[in-house]
Design a protein around this ligand. Structure first.
Ligand code: NAP
Length: 258
């Protein structure tokens, strides 16, 4: 079997909260392929978790980064440049909306709630990609963002997060168009429901996962590892002709009508 070898490559993975995080499954896939890893965490609450997970890799970097802070984002890229001298891959696995904006009526979303969700979950990809591209432009690179089908369809309680994912997917295409000439590819993975910290914050998430399992062509939910493998593929040279795409890792759920 052809094995993906990423030794000598480096990746910045944003969005590990714990070992259930999709970002962690992606980091494991990249790490197993020999890639050197840098992680970020948000707030002291997650510092210990992420440091403990990252300890699996001898030479991993662990840095604080709240993506609402330009200063912290700049600090992360300065540290990556200093330690790695290059960046090949960036994984954007970050989303946030206020609890009150993930239930009830969408039309009652406040401007502040809208701004928070769109800033953290979508704008951050733009701000991060701008910095990442500078470190990738010598040898090219790959950026992967995590999205959900609520960008295109209505899912109860996803509300403003659906708007944020629509903005994120548009940003993926816009960035792919701009960064393509620099050899940087930008793609999204649209994952089916996986029980993570963020996912469990959405009311009715477990019912939705059951519905997905029943309706999806493969008659099951996906596993985080399958998202990790898809990200590994998108980062590797096997996906060298793919940019601006959304790859569905959802057991086929997105193709179904009734
Ligand atoms: P997760 O483990 O909770 O990861 C979300 C991460 O975003 C957390 O590490 C969180 O940190 C971080 N984050 C939130 N606000 C941030 C900020 N201001 N600055 C930096 N980081 C911030 O949940 P996940 O399910 O793996 O989510 C990862 C991505 O996958 C998200 O984009 C999500 O929408 C997407 N996705 C998930 C599913 C699913 O069913 N799980 C399906 C499709 C797509 P804190 O914990 O400190 O807030």
């Amino acid at each position: 079997m052809r094995k993906i070898d990423l030794s000598g490559k480096t990746a910045l993975v944003l969005g590990v909260a714990n070992q259930r995080s999709l970002a962690w499954a992606i980091a494991e896939a990249l790490g197993e392929a020999g890639c050197r890893l840098a992680f970020t965490y948000q707030g002291e609450r997650l510092h210990q978790n992420v440091t403990k997970l990252a300890a699996k890799y001898d030479d991993a970097l662990v840095m604080a980064c709240d993506v609402t802070s330009d200063e912290q984002i700049d600090g992360v890229f300065a540290q990556v440049e200093k330690s790695f001298r290059r960046l090949d891959f960036m994984i954007h696995s970050i989303a946030f909306a206020r609890r009150e904006d993930l239930e009830g009526e969408f039309r009652k979303t406040s401007l502040e709630g809208w701004r928070t969700a769109l800033e953290i979950s979508a704008y951050s990809l733009v701000a991060l990609s701008n910095r990442a591209a500078r470190l990738m432009q010598r040898e090219g690179g790959s950026i992967v963002a995590l999205t959900f089908l609520a960008s295109e369809r209505v899912f109860p309680n996803y509300n403003v997060m659906g708007s944020a994912k629509a903005a994120l997917e548009h940003a993926v295409r816009q960035l792919a168009s701009e960064l393509g000439p620099l050899g940087v590819r930008v793609n999204a993975i649209s994952a089916g429901p996986v029980s993570t910290l963020s996912a469990r914050g959405i009311s009715g998430f477990m019912d939705m996962a059951v519905h997905h399992r029943k309706k999806a062509p493969l008659k099951r939910n996906i596993e985080a590892k399958e998202v990790g493998d898809a990200a590994l593929f998108l980062c590797s040279s096997m996906a060298s002709g793919i940019t601006g795409s959304t790859l569905y890792v959802d057991a086929g759920y997105h193709i179904m009508g009734l």
